[in-house]
Design a binder for this molecule. Structure first.
Ligand SMILES: [Zn+2]
Ligand SMILES: [Zn+2]
Length: 236
C-alpha cells in the first residue's frame, strides 16, 4: 500500500515540483533560496518586513489597531511560496505542509516558545472549504508545529458561526464587520495565552475576528503564526 502510494504520489520538491529522492529532506538544497524568510526588522503585530527601522510596527497596523498582541510570519510572499501553498491547500499535498511546519519551527520556534502560549489554536475553515479540501490546512500545520515545540493544540474552542457572503466581495470595513461576526469561542475557554495558527495572513480581519471571539471568553494574550503574509496592496 505504501509503495503504491509512493508510486502514485512520489515526493516532490515544494519549490520546483520535481520528484525527489526519499532522503529525509523536504527540498532541494539549490531550491531553498526560492523561499525567503522575513528578515529583521519585522512588524511585531503582523510579522511583515518593516522598511522603517525607527518603528516597531508597520503603518498598516498603526492605522488598524488590531486586538492581537503579536504576529509571526515565516516567508515573504512570492510566486513560489504561493504556488507551494496552493499545492498544499488545494491539491492536498501534505508534504508541503510538513515542509512549511518544519521551517516555521526552525525559524520561528524559539520566538513562539518565548511568547509562552498555553495552546495553539488553528483558524477554523468554513464548512464549504472543508467539503472541498477534506482537511483544515491550518489545523494540520498547528499539529505539526505544536508537536515539534511541545505545545498542545486545541480545535474545540473556536468555531465559525456559519457561512457569510464571500469575504473577497466585501470592502475592508464590511469585511471586518463580517468576519468578527463569523467566529465564536466556547464559554468555558480555559486559556489566557493563545497563539492562533493560519496558513496565510492578508488584511488581518480573520485574525481580528478570532482574537475578539477568544478575548470575549477570557483570553488575555492572543497572537498568531502564519506561513506568509500577502502584502495588503495585493488583496485590495
Ligand atoms: Zn527543487
Ligand atoms: Zn504590521
Amino acid at each position: 500500500m505504501g509503495n503504491i502510494f509512493k508510486f502514485l504520489y512520489p515526493p516532490r520538491c515544494p519549490a520546483c515540483r520535481q520528484v525527489m529522492e526519499e532522503d529525509g529532506t523536504y527540498i532541494h538544497p539549490e531550491c531553498r533560496g526560492a523561499f525567503k524568510t522575513i528578515g529583521e526588522p519585522r512588524c511585531y503585530k503582523c510579522g511583515r518586513r518593516l522598511w522603517n527601522p525607527e518603528s516597531d510596527i508597520c503603518s498598516g497596523c498603526r492605522q488598524k489597531k488590531h486586538s492581537y498582541g503579536y504576529g509571526l510570519a515565516l516567508y515573504e510572499y512570492n510566486e513560489v511560496a504561493q504556488r507551494a501553498m496552493l499545492d498544499y491547500k488545494s491539491e492536498g499535498i501534505r508534504r508541503n505542509g510538513d515542509f512549511f511546519a518544519s521551517e516555521a519551527v526552525n525559524v520561528l520556534g524559539r520566538l513562539i516558545k518565548r511568547l509562552e502560549p498555553e495552546v495553539l489554536v488553528p483558524v477554523p475553515i468554513t464548512d464549504r472549504k472543508m467539503r472541498i479540501r477534506g482537511f483544515n490546512q491550518s489545523e494540520y500545520l498547528a499539529e505539526k508545529i505544536g508537536g515539534a515545540l511541545n505545545i498542545p493544540v486545541d480545535t474545540d474552542i473556536l468555531f465559525r458561526t456559519g457561512e457569510k457572503a464571500e469575504q473577497k466581495k466585501l470592502s475592508g470595513r464590511e469585511r471586518l464587520k463580517n468576519v468578527s461576526d463569523s467566529f465564536k469561542a466556547v464559554d468555558d475557554n480555559p486559556y489566557k495565552r493563545i497563539c492562533l495558527v493560519d496558513d496565510v495572513y492578508t488584511t488581518g480581519s480573520t485574525m481580528e475576528g478570532c482574537t475578539r471571539a477568544l478575548m470575549s471568553k477570557g483570553a488575555k494574550d492572543v497572537g498568531f503564526v502564519v506561513i506568509f503574509s500577502v502584502p495588503e496592496n495585493d488583496t485590495e
